[in-house]
Every structure is written in C-alpha cells, then in structure tokens.
Design a protein around this ligand. Structure first.
Ligand code: F2R
Ligand code: MG
Ligand code: MG
Length: 303
C-alpha cells in the first residue's frame, strides 16, 4: 500500500514547483507581470494555472467519484481567471465554455488536432493519484481529461508519460526499473528520441549542461518540449533535496513553472510530504486546502 504522505507530497510538490517557478517563466513582460501579481494580499506566493487546473481535476474527480468530462470542462471554465497565467489557446477555450459553448465544439476549433501545449501534462500527476493501482483506468482517464483542452496526440502522450512516472514514484519503483520501462511508454519519434537522450543523461555521472538540456530536451510550452525535461530532473534529483532540483529548472528559463510543477509532483511522489521544507509549504497560498484534497484522493483510492 502507498503511504498517504506521498499524496500530499506529490500535490504540494506540484504546487510549490509551479508557484516558485512562475516569476522565472517566459520573457521579460511575463516576469514583470508576475512580480506585480505573484503574491496574495497576506503575502503568500500565488500558484498559476498548473495548480488551479490540478485542483479542479481533483475536486471534480472527488465529487463525481470518477471522470465526468462535462463536469470537468465546466469546473475548468468556472475557475478560469486571467491572473493565473493560462496559455492563450486554453484561455480562449475556457472563456468559450464559460459563455455556454460545448467543450466538444471548441477543443479542436483553434487547431485541427487540438492544442499540443503542456496543459494536460501539468495536471496529469493528479490522475496517477486517482487510479494508482489500475493502469488501464489511468490510461483511459488521461485520454478523457486531456481531450477537453489538449486533444493533440503529442499533448496526450506527454500527459501519459508524466502520469506513468508519477505512478511509478508513488510505488517506489527503482530508477533502474523506470529507465528500463520509459522507452515502452513513448509512441512518437519525437518522444522516443528525447527519452533516449534523457535516459543516457540520467545514467551518466555528471549533470548535463543547461544549454545541452535546452537543445536536446527543450524548455518550452509544448508538451514535447517540457515533459521529458521534467522527467530528467525528477529522476536525476530523486535522492537530493527538493530545492536543489528546482534551482537548475528555473535557471533553464522558458516554461519554468510547468517544468517545476511536473518534476515537483514526481519528486514529491517519491519523497513524500515530510521531505518538503515546512516554511515552503507555509508560504504557499491554500496549502492546507491542497493537503485536504490530497487526503480525500487517498481515501478514495485506499479506504
Ligand atoms: N501561458 C503561460 N505563460 C505565459 C508565458 C509563456 C511564454 N511565452 C513561454 O513561451 O514560456 N503559461 C501557461 O501556459 C502553459 C500551458 O499552456 P496550455 O494550457 O498548454 O496552453 P495552450 O494555449 O493550449 O498552448 C500553448 C500555445 O502553444 C501553441 N500551440 C498549441 N497547440 C498548437 C497547435 N496544434 N498548432 C500550433 N500551435 C499550437 C499556441 O501558441 C498555444 O497558445 C503553461 O506553461 C502554463 O504555465
Ligand atoms: Mg502556469
Ligand atoms: Mg508554464
């Protein structure tokens, strides 16, 4: 049985990786904006769309005792606020749903195959906590939850990779076993090539230079430019302290909050709640609510 603290570790790892990474995300304009809106009135650090959509996904799953696409789409749309820093296409789509559109009519309206952004992958760790013992259900849930906002095959494949590695971390798989299994989880050439480099780099004794990581794995908002990068960091730093993983992620630049969120969730699933610095947890907005939701997800899976 999985230790319950791995659930709160996973969710807080995601939220803190996101909130602490937000001031470093994107270019000068985004960074300046986050300087202005990055703290709550009582001085807590604000999380972004990555955590908001994860909370929405977990809450909808708890309320419906499973995935209900209509309810989930409405929940995402109800929570939408520009100040959480959503991706442009996701923002457009959620505003349409908020104004009465069916998600099926807008999820492929901007792009023929849907969005390939990392928006489905950044919330995928939650699905690993929803079905930790049932791979078929997990696979099906990822497809259903991704489709609403990120129907593109590369977005779904990225979400699966992040969820499967989170699930392996919840079950304490060895790094060796994860590295052996990772290639079987990659379907497209794009992910296969990146994963081969990721595996070699994790096995190497030295850390890879930031410039090389950026060019070989990526640091952008497309799922194929960020999911493997997050997996590299989570596995390379699994036995080191949380902050020592976040620092090089943020130095990489680009999609820092999302790579921090995905790597943070996997790291938290390995190491649990008690491995995260208490002052970091206290500095995050709504951290008590995040712990409470994690406990509810755990109760649904194991009680
Ligand atoms: N939006 C942000 N941050 C703003 C600054 C980003 C900065 N410019 C940077 O490059 O790092 N952060 C949040 O957005 C990301 C999650 O995005 P999500 O939900 O996947 O957004 P979206 O809008 O669906 O996709 C992102 C953009 O990718 C392009 N795109 C997607 N699918 C495409 C397709 N099939 N064809 C062509 N282009 C496609 C579009 O430009 C989309 O707007 C996270 O980082 C989150 O933190
Ligand atoms: Mg974000
Ligand atoms: Mg981001």
């Amino acid at each position: 049985m999985i230790d319950s603290h791995k659930y709160s570790g996973c969710f807080l790892g995601l939220a803190i990786g996101d909130a602490c990474g937000a001031p470093f995300e994107g270019g000068p304009v985004e960074r300046l904006l986050w300087k202005a809106i990055g703290k709550t009135k009582n001085g807590k650090i604000r999380y972004t769309d990555d955590t908001q959509m994860s909370i929405d996904l977990a809450s909808s799953f708890i309320q419906n005792k499973g995935v209900n696409q209509e309810h989930l789409a409405a929940t995402f749309a109800k929570s939408y606020r520009w100040s959480r820093g959503y991706g442009p296409s996701a923002a457009w789509l959620l505003k349409k749903i908020k104004n009465g559109a069916n998600w099926q009519d807008v999820n492929r309206a901007k792009f023929k195959e849907g969005s390939f952004g990392n928006g489905a992958a950044m919330r995928a760790p939650i699905l690993a906590m929803c079905s930790p013992e049932d791979n078929d259900r997990l696979n099906e849930n990822i497809e259903k939850c991704s489709e609403i906002t990120h129907a593109h095959p590369l977005a779904v494949e990225g979400a699966k990779l992040i969820a499967f590695v989170t699930c392996a971390a919840l079950h304490d798989w060895t790094t060796e076993t994860i590295l052996e299994t990772l290639p079987t989880w990659c379907k497209s050439n794009e992910y296969q090539t990146k994963m081969a480099f990721c595996i070699k780099s994790i096995q190497a004794s030295d850390a890879v230079q930031a410039k090389t990581l950026k060019s070989k794995l990526g640091n952008g908002i497309a799922a194929s430019q960020s999911c493997v990068t997050a997996i590299y960091f989570a596995l390379k730093y699994r036995n080191q302290i949380y902050d020592s993983m976040l620092t090089p992620i943020y130095k990489l630049g680009g999609d820092t909050d999302t790579i921090g969120a995905m790597a943070g969730a996997i790291w938290g699933a390995f190491n649990g709640y008690h491995a995260i610095d208490k002052s970091k947890i206290q500095s995050l907005e709504s951290s008590a609510k995040i712990v409470e939701i994690s406990e509810q997800l755990y109760a649904m899976s194991f009680n």
